[in-house]
Design a protein around this ligand. Structure first.
Ligand SMILES: Nc1ncnc2c1ncn2[C@@H]1O[C@H](COP(=O)(O)OP(=O)(O)OP(=O)(O)O)[C@@H](O)[C@H]1O
Ligand SMILES: [Mg+2]
Length: 519
């Protein structure tokens, strides 16, 4: 029988709005829940990121406790508790039970989270794999509020299954999340302990206690001060796209264009604003009344006027000292070097790249270098090959720094490469936040940082290789001393034993001399 032909009306009857929660329930791989091992890590990561953001913003030295209990081989209980500022009662349900709801998206400030989807995505996954609500306990120092939360997927809205208020005699403040989820536990390179260890390297002011299936690990505070608070900034006009400029102009409270340009953007002063307006031929216009053409001209004019680069006090790099110390604490290598580049800009967003190298010692010699990646101090453990950091590392010519490297590969040898990308907006390749997009400006900065660190390392490697060659030469020479002494004895009448002693002295002196020259 012939298939019934579908009409536009049939299709129209099937059309309906899709809620964002429904979308991510179907596409949970986009949020990092494509397999059971990664899912457990993603839950811990989202909760720990939030705890670090919240404590940082509130100026509190973070104390974070992560507990993982195996309920059955494929089911776990995950508890993450922090000593942050807590969340006010009215916002608890929305912050945790509504996707794309958060405090960080509409601002330009360096933070771990931005999208408002991280922890609600974790709750969605928990609900999907267990059907149970998630318990949130939070206090701002007054009463303690507990909410058992589910997400109404079709509406993308929280459902509070139960609510409780308790007294708080100890004035505890912070947030505790408790959920069950399907998962598989493994330790190794892409595991929860590795994530926490790398988090401790990049956030040495945090104390993190991990109580996992294989016992308790404590990452103690290595420094007692929080990093300087990154400032919030306005967007820099060079990076603003036409559509966004249009929306900003429509929604502005400014009554004229000079006011609009000088208050809603960074680095636009009165005279730059006048210049832009004149170039765009939009004098005396109200920003709300700009036509499509006029906005286009304004957008072009902005790019033509010379403006100072965006302010960089919105960034919070780790700094060379912290990187070196962090690597020393966690790796048994013999040489460490770190480089913090000056800030740069991509699409109007300030960013800064840092690189740390650890070399030699007990690092494996027969494999490719290990890459440790961070974005705003968050370790990235997955999707390495899609990340700008790995593209830039592969693109760097490591043979210049005395490493072997096959084309399209990371360098070979006892080397760990740490790369930190800090920005007010990290251009992740997907909502799962595991890889940084390869904007040319970003690739260029990473390569410059790697080259600078590579040059410093190569001075050390060359000296080491020179010492090793001298040692090999002298060992070879020593092997022939008896034969040489025998021939010389015949030729010169000097006793063989005396010749051997003299030759050994010469070799020792030679090796010592090369060592001194090399050190
Ligand atoms: N431990 C916490 N303490 C205080 N506030 C929190 C905590 N966890 C979450 N929040 C609040 O809940 C909001 C939503 O968190 P969520 O992880 O979903 O989004 P986000 O962190 O803003 O961005 P991202 O999707 O990139 O993680 C946050 O913006 C923050 O305001
Ligand atoms: Mg988050």
């Amino acid at each position: 029988m012939a298939e019934k032909i579908v009409t536009a009306e049939d299709l129209a009857n099937k059309m309906r709005e899709v809620s964002v929660a429904e979308f991510f329930e179907k596409n949970r791989h986009l949020l990092g829940y494509e397999n059971t091992t990664k899912s457990l890590l993603t839950i811990v990561k989202e909760a720990v990121d939030n705890s670090l953001d919240a404590t940082n913003e509130a100026g509190i030295l973070p104390d974070i406790k992560v507990t993982l209990r195996e309920l059955s081989p494929d089911k776990f209980k995950i508890i993450v508790e922090d000593n942050g500022p807590g969340i006010v009662e009215e916002k608890i349900s929305l912050a945790f039970g509504k996707l794309l709801y958060g405090s960080k998206f509409h601002r330009l400030r360096q933070s771990r989270g931005t999208q408002g989807i991280g922890i609600s995505g974790a709750i969605l996954y928990s609900q999907l794999t267990t059907g149970k609500p998630v318990r949130i306990m939070s206090s701002t120092g007054k009463a303690i509020h507990s909410v058992d939360l589910l997400i109404d997927v079709l509406k993308n809205a929280p459902i509070a299954a139960s609510k409780k208020e308790e007294r708080n005699p100890d004035k505890w403040h912070g947030t505790k999340i408790e959920m069950e989820a399907e998962g598989r536990y493994m330790e190794g390179r892409q595991s929860i302990p590795e994530f926490l260890k790398q988090t401790a390297i990049a956030n040495p002011y945090a104390k993190i206690v991990y109580d996992g299936p294989n016992g308790k690990v404590t990452f103690d505070r290595a420094v007692k001060e929080l990093p300087i608070q990154p400032k919030e900034i306005k967007p820099h006009p060079y990076g603003v796209e036409l559509g966004i400029l249009r929306r900003m102009a429509t929604n502005t409270h400014a009554r004229n264009l000079v006011g609009f340009l000088t208050t809603e953007f960074s680095r636009v002063g009165r005279s730059s604003a006048d210049q832009i307006i004149r170039l765009a031929k939009v004098e005396n216009k109200n920003p709300k009344d700009l036509t499509h053409d006029e906005t286009g001209r304004l957008h072009k004019a902005i790019q033509m006027v010379k403006l100072v680069s965006p302010p960089t006090d919105c960034l919070s790099p780790m700094g060379e000292k912290i990187i070196e110390e962090g690597l020393k604490k966690e790796l048994e290598a013999e040489f460490f070097v770190a480089v913090t580049r000056p800030p740069a800009v991509y699409r109007g967003n300030p960013f800064q790249v840092e690189v740390g190298l650890a070399y030699g010692g007990k690092l494996p010699t027969d494999s490719t270098a290990q890459l440790i990646r961070f974005a705003n101090r968050v370790p990235l453990l997955y999707h390495q090959s899609d990340c700008a950091t790995s593209e830039a590392t592969i693109d760097t010519d490591w043979r210049r720094y005395d490493f072997q490297q096959s084309s399209g590969q990371l360098p070979q040898g006892p080397l760990v490469i740490l790369i930190h990308f800090a920005s007010v907006y990290v251009p992740y390749t997907s909502e799962g936040k595991q890889a940084i997009a390869d904007y040319p400006e970003i690739i260029k900065e990473i390569k410059l940082a790697l080259q600078e660190a590579g040059r410093k390392l190569s001075i050390y490697v060359r000296q080491k290789n020179k010492r090793r060659d001298a040692q090999l030469r002298s060992e070879l020479f020593e092997k022939y001393i008896p034969e040489l002494a025998e021939s010389l004895e015949k030729l010169t009448d000097v006793k063989r034993q005396k010749i051997i002693e003299d030759l050994e002295k010469i070799i020792k002196k030679g090796v010592k001399g090369e060592k001194e020259a090399g050190s």
